[in-house]
Design a protein around this ligand. Structure first.
Ligand SMILES: NC(=O)c1ccc[n+]([C@@H]2O[C@H](COP(=O)([O-])OP(=O)(O)OC[C@H]3O[C@@H](n4cnc5c(N)ncnc54)[C@H](O)[C@@H]3O)[C@@H](O)[C@H]2O)c1
Length: 266
C-alpha cells in the first residue's frame, strides 16, 4: 500500500461575492485574501501595513486603516461598498501579540493591555458594527472572526492575549445569536500554531519550530493556507447551518491534554 490515495479537491466559485479582510497584508490574512481572490471574489484588504500590501496582487483592493479606530473601520466598510456595491463576508483577522506581552500578569503594562484590547477585541466589534447594517439590508452576510487555540486553553505568560482572544469566541456567539434570523451567520476559527510573521520571530528566538511542531499531534505547525481553507468553507453555502460557533483548526493540538503521553523524540 505505497501508492498515495487521492486527497480530493475543493473548488469554490465565489464570483460576485465581496469580501473585506482586516490585517490582510501579511500572514493568515494575506492567505485569506489570496484564497478569496483565487475563487473569484472581489477582495478588500484593510491594514496598517501599506508597505507589505504594496507587493501583493493589484487585484486586491487596499484601504489603509487601524481597526482599533472606529472611524477607520467605518471607512473600510464604506470603501468596500463604494468599490463593489456589497459586503458579503467580513473576516476579522487583524490582531497583535507583541513580544513584550509575554510576561506574567503583574508585569503587564496598562498601555499594552489597552492596545491589545483596542486591536484584538474592539477592532472586531467596530468592524462588525459597521458591516452589519450593510448585511441587514442585503438580508445576508457572514462574519468570520479569527480567534485562537489560546482562546480555549492557556499557558504561562499570556495574560493579555489569551483572555482577549477568548472574548472573540463570545463576540462570535453574541452576534451569531443576535442576527441568526436576519440571514447573517457569525463563526470563528481557532488556529493552532501557524507559520506567519506573528509567530516566526518567537519560533526563531526559541531555536526553531521543532519543539512546537512536535506538540501538534500531526507533527508540524500549520500553513496560513490551511486556515484560509477553513475560512472559505465556513463562509460557503456548504456551512449554511453553522453559526455562533467556533472551529479549531490546529492539527489536533487542542485535544492533546497535559496528561497525554508525549510522542517519542524524533
Ligand atoms: N499565527 C498563529 O499561529 C495564530 C494562532 C492563533 C490565532 N492567530 C490569529 O490569526 C490572526 C492573524 O494572525 P497572523 O499570525 O497572521 O498575524 P500577523 O502578525 O502575521 O499579521 C497580522 C496582520 O494584521 C495587521 N494589523 C495589525 N494591527 C492592525 C490594526 N490595528 N489594524 C489593521 N491591521 C493590523 C498587520 O499589519 C498584519 O498585516 C490573528 O487574529 C491571530 O490572533 C494566529
Amino acid at each position: 500500500m505505497t501508492s498515495l490515495r487521492p486527497a480530493g479537491s475543493v473548488n469554490y466559485d465565489n464570483s460576485g461575492r465581496v469580501v473585506l479582510v482586516s490585517g490582510g497584508a501579511n500572514g493568515i490574512g494575506r492567505a485569506v485574501c489570496e484564497a478569496w481572490l483565487a475563487s473569484g471574489a472581489s477582495v478588500v484588504c484593510m491594514d496598517v501595513d501599506d508597505s507589505a500590501a504594496n507587493n501583493f496582487s493589484t487585484q486586491i483592493a487596499f484601504v489603509r486603516g487601524d481597526t482599533s479606530v472606529e472611524d477607520d473601520c467605518k471607512n473600510a466598510v464604506a470603501f468596500t461598498v463604494d468599490q463593489f456595491g456589497a459586503l458579503d463576508v467580513l473576516v476579522n483577522n487583524a490582531a497583535i501579540q507583541p513580544r513584550s506581552s509575554y510576561v506574567p500578569l503583574h508585569e503587564l503594562t496598562a498601555e499594552l493591555w489597552d492596545r491589545m484590547i483596542g486591536v484584538n477585541m474592539s477592532g472586531y466589534t467596530f468592524m462588525a458594527k459597521h458591516a452589519v447594517p450593510v448585511m441587514l439590508a442585503q438580508r445576508s452576510g457572514v462574519i468570520v472572526n479569527l480567534a485562537s487555540g489560546q482562546a480555549h486553553r492557556t499557558a504561562r505568560e499570556v495574560p493579555a492575549y489569551g483572555p482577549i482572544k477568548a472574548a472573540n469566541l463570545m463576540q462570535t456567539r453574541q452576534w451569531g445569536v443576535e442576527y441568526a434570523r436576519q440571514g447573517i451567520r457569525v463563526v470563528s476559527v481557532s488556529p493552532g500554531c501557524i507559520d506567519t510573521p506573528m509567530v516566526r520571530a518567537s519560533l526563531d528566538a526559541q531555536g526553531g519550530e521543532h519543539e512546537i511542531a512536535h506538540r501538534h499531534p500531526v507533527g508540524r505547525i500549520g500553513k496560513p493556507e490551511e486556515i484560509a481553507a477553513a475560512v472559505l468553507w465556513l463562509a460557503s453555502a456548504a456551512a449554511s447551518f453553522v453559526t455562533a460557533t467556533d472551529l479549531e483548526v490546529d492539527g489536533g493540538l487542542g485535544a492533546f491534554g497535559a496528561f497525554a503521553d508525549p510522542y517519542p523524540a524524533q
